[in-house]
Every structure is written in structure tokens, then in C-alpha cells.
Design a protein around this ligand. Structure first.
Ligand SMILES: [Zn+2]
Length: 504
């Protein structure tokens, strides 16, 4: 069955044929991009009137966490809280109906008190119900006494924050945080996880996303990962499951060419665990480095030999140095990285030489433009943690693109909203003018350039004959609205393989 999308304002991102008015689709594949509606077609055609909407290739989100996005949506999302009191009220309501309370996305830099809730406050709000509040970046959390007891946390270990009397404050960071979060979430029935995946897939579709890299943190068993991979394959958009296991044998058995995304080389700036070359402005520390160049080079080499492309999470300049250096070592040892599409994810505090070296290596940069929107700018979290000088030389989207790096964009949802339009808005309105992208460049980061990361450039990311009919229809052209209102443009329709998946 053919479909004809009529009356659209199409940006194909195909340089040979950049625009059109209608799109003819046959069996999920684009047959033609036309300037005029065809008449007297010899076959039956289903006509879809786009009512003058702006049609673009479906967006790719190159780094998102489906399960956490679903679990931390709705009433479990604390991102709108502006003070501790409102946060505790929301938790009290959850405690009235839930056995285990997993909430998150709080950002203490946006709370009136500029601090996180304490263990005592959570005890008062949630009583004997175990509660875990994941910080917006996921790299630290706050728990109550019942959660510590449920998981049998050794409060003397590193990563358990303690007050002057030596009592836990509830805040966990570093490896203790990751272990407790994984343990806590695994106490929920897996059925609930898969339900969360479906909910998150629906959110992605409503944002015009047709391909999503599902970054699966931690190192679950092969059996659990296999179930997730199978389940992801039947979601109503293209999901690329990426386990962050470092067991290459297991990754090979799972199938696919990509893995990782959040193989942690360091932590985050918000949690002061990103690994820096110079110390934090507001803490006498250089953060935490989890993996060094030598270990990374071993992992990358083993992956490369197996034809697998890993993505590693590196935010601080020290962490980025380890990852870039490790790929240089692998290149020296193998002579070539041909056929691989490795990525460094986040790539926030990159030095100029990191960018030129990444370009030379052909390492993809999987970046999150909305980080700058949320935490960049005067007085923002980056400035608080790093000081002004470093705060204006990070998330270098423009520099990286100009240097010839392939920049692929994503949300890191639930860290930022699962919204490509918020990302495009953030890239176009970057707090540092020299790093701003044009609307066209930002679109490419979410479509044709992003498609390369998953070896998909011949299948999707542009609207041209032979490509999958993966597309989004927006209410207006992005280059016709004021730059500061791009994020408010509505997604009218999302189509995956020729099928309208949003609205459902
Ligand atoms: Zn990450």
C-alpha cells in the first residue's frame, strides 16, 4: 500500500534535492519527494494531508535511558520543584500509595535552599517506605533510612556522605551511588521496567523521535539484557539497545554493532564527580576518574577486534584525555579504525586538542545541547562548579563541527527532557555565541549525522528515495520562528517506516 503525504513543506536534508511539497511512500520506504501532488496515480493511495506543516527526517536521540525516563516521569519527576518543602509534599503523596519510592530529576542548584533534601527529611516524609531520589544527572542520589536498610548499605564505605558526627546525610555518590541505584531499581518488578520503556517510547514519539539509542547502564546478566533487547525490538520506533557491560563476549552474544554510551570514565559536574585536570571551584577535589587510558585501550582494542563500537561517558577534561588517548593507542596498535563508529558521549569539558584529535581519529561525539541550556550561562551551575573561564569553554558544539567531528545529539533523558526540539533550540541559542549552530546544522546533528553513528546513513536521516519513511511533521518551519521559541514548536505527527505512530 502506498501513502501520499500531501501539502507539506519538506526539508529533506538531501543536498541534491533539498525541498519538496509531497512525499510518496511505498511499503514504509520513500518512493519520491515531489514538488507537486501527482494526479492520475495508477495505484490505490492513502492520502495524508500535512496541512502545510514542516516535514523533517525523524529525529534520532543518540543517548537516552528508556527505563529511567519512564520510571521518573509524571509524579515521580521532581524537576519542577523549586524548594525542599514542595519536594517533600510530592514524596508524601507517593508514600501514601507506593511500597518503594523511586523519584528523581531533582536539581539542588535550582532549589531555593541550594541543597539536597536530607535523610531525616526523607524519613519524615516517607516513614518506613524505602525512598531513593536520583539527582537530575543520576551521578548522586539521596536515600532515607529504610532504603539504606533495605539494601544493607555499609555506611562506612566511600561515597556515603556523612555529617560531622559521622552519621549519613543520605547523599550517595561515586560507585556507592551506582550500586545502590541499580540495586534499588532491581527491587521493582521487571514488568514495571518494561512498562516504563513503553511509556518512554511514547514520549519519544510525541517529540518526533524515530530512532533512539537506549543506553542501558550497569552490567546486568546476559539473560536480563537479552530480554531488554528483545523487548526494545518491538517498540513502535527504532530502538538501538546499548548495554554498558564491558564484557565483550556477552556484548557479542547480544548482537548489534554498538554498545555502551555510559561506560563511565568519570561522573558528572553537578555531582562534582567529573574528572578534571584542575580542581572544582566549589570543592577541593578534581572529581573521580573511574577508568584510565590503559584499561580503556584494552577494552577498545578487544571491542574493535570483535567489530564492535563502544561509547564511553567522558565529561571532564581528564576523562576525555583518557578516552581520546586510548583510541590513539588502539589506532597505533591496529593501524586503522575502519569499519568502527566509536563515540565519546557528553564530551563536555574538551580542550581544543581533544577536538582536533577526535576529528583525526573519526571518533563520533555524542553530545547533549540541552546541558548548556540548563546549566550554562552567567550564574549557572557550570559557573558555580567550575568558575567563569571554564564555564564558557565547554559543550563546544560549533568548534567540534567546524573541526570536522561528527556531532550526534541526544537528550540523555531523563537528565534532560526527551525532546529534540529543546536540543535544537539549545544548540541554536548556545550561551557562548561562537558555539551556536544554525538551525540546519542543529537539525543535521539530530538526523543525517546522527544516523551515521548507528551505520544508518543509507537507511534513514534524510528524506529521499530508497530511505525509510521515518519523519516528523512540525507545526512550523524552524527557521521561520524566532530563535528563542524553537523549543515551543509543536510536533504534529511522527511517522516510523511509513506508519503514523504519533498521534497514536
Ligand atoms: Zn552519561
Amino acid at each position: 500500500m502506498r501513502s501520499l503525504f500531501l501539502n507539506a513543506d519538506i526539508a529533506t536534508l538531501d543536498d541534491a534535492h533539498p525541498a519538496g511539497r509531497c512525499l510518496l511512500v511505498n511499503d514504509g520506504v520513500i518512493e519520491g519527494v515531489l514538488d507537486d501532488a501527482p494526479t492520475g496515480l495508477p495505484w490505490a493511495v492513502k492520502v495524508i494531508d500535512c496541512e502545510g506543516g514542516f516535514m523533517v527526517p525523524g529525529f534520532h536521540d543518540c543517548h537516552a535511558h528508556l527505563t529511567a525516563t519512564g520510571l521518573l516521569s509524571g509524579k515521580h519527576d521532581l524537576s519542577a520543584c523549586r524548594d525542599i518543602d514542595s519536594m517533600l509534599k510530592q514524596l508524601e503523596q507517593l508514600a501514601a500509595s507506593e511500597q518503594i519510592i523511586f523519584a528523581g530529576n531533582f536539581d539542588e542548584t535550582k532549589l531555593a535552599e541550594r541543597r539536597h533534601a536530607s535523610l531525616r527529611e526523607l524519613d519524615a516524609a516517607c516513614g518506613d517506605r524505602p525512598a531513593l531520589l536520583s539527582r537530575v544527572d543520576g551521578h548522586s542520589c539521596v536515600v532515607n533510612s529504610a532504603a539504606l536498610a533495605l539494601l544493607g548499605v555499609d555506611t562506612a564505605q566511600a561515597g556515603v556522605d556523612r555529617d560531622e558526627q559521622g552519621a549519613p546525610t543520605g547523599r550517595l555518590f561515586g560507585p556507592a551511588n551506582y550500586a545502590v541505584q541499580v540495586g534499588f531499581v532491581n527491587r521493582m518488578p521487571f514488568k514495571q521496567h518494561r512498562r516504563a520503556d513503553r511509556e518512554a517510547a511514547g514520549l519519544a514519539l510525541s517529540a518526533g523521535i524515530t530512532t533512539l539509542h537506549n543506553v542501558i547502564e550497569g552490567d546486568a546478566s546476559y539473560e536480563i539484557l537479552r530480554e531488554i533487547y528483545i523487548d526494545n525490538a518491538v517498540l513502535p520506533l527504532h530502538v538501538i539497545p546499548k548495554s554498558c557491560s564491558t564484557n565483550i563476549g556477552k556484548i557479542k552474544r547480544l548482537g548489534g554493532k554498538l554498545f555502551g554510551g555510559d561506560i563511565f570514565v568519570d561522573g558528572s559536574i553537578g555531582s562534582r564527580t567529573a574528572a578534571l585536570e584542575d580542581r572544582y571551584r566549589d570543592l577541593d577535589s578534581r572529581g573521580l576518574l573511574y577508568l584510565r587510558r590503559e584499561r580503556l585501550a584494552e577494552l577498545f582494542f578487544e571491542a574493535a577486534e570483535a567489530g564492535l563500537s563502544p561509547g564511553v561517558h567522558a565529561i571532564g577534561d581528564d576523562a576525555i584525555e583518557q578516552a581520546v588517548g586510548a583510541w590513539e593507542d588502539v589506532l597505533a596498535r591496529r593501524g586503522s579504525l575502519d569499519g568502527l563508529r566509536p563515540s565519546i558521549d557528553h564530551f563536555e569539558i574538551a580542550r581544543p586538542d581533544h577536538i582536533t584529535r577526535a576529528a583525526r581519529l573519526g571518533v563520533f561525539l555524542s553530545m547533549q545541547p540541552a546541558f548548556d541550556y540548563l546549566w550554562g550561562g552567567q550564574g549557572g551551575m557550570y559557573e558555580q562548579r567550575l568558575g567563569q573561564e571554564r564555564a564558557v569553554s565547554m559543550n563546544l558544539l560549533g568548534t567540534a563541527r567546524r573541526a570536522g567531528c561528527v556531532v550526534c545529539a541526544g537528550s540523555d533523558s531523563p537528565v534532560t527532557n526527551i525532546s529534540a526540539l529543546l536540543g535544537i533550540h539549545s544548540a541554536v541559542n548556545h550561551n557562548v555565541p561562537a558555539e551556536r549552530l544554525s538551525v540546519d546544522e542543529a537539525l543535521r546533528c539530530y538526523t543525517c549525522d546522527a544516523a551515521k553513528l548507528s551505520f544508518g546513513e543509507d537507511r534513514c536521516g534524510r528524506l529521499m528515495p530508497g530511505m525509510a519513511a521515518d519523519l516528523a511533521i512540525l507545526e512550523k518551519r524552524l527557521d521561520s520562528v524566532a530563535a528563542d521559541s524553537i523549543k515551543d514548536v509543536q510536533v504534529r505527527m511522527t511517522v516510523v517506516d511509513g506508519v503514523v505512530q504519533y498521534p497514536a
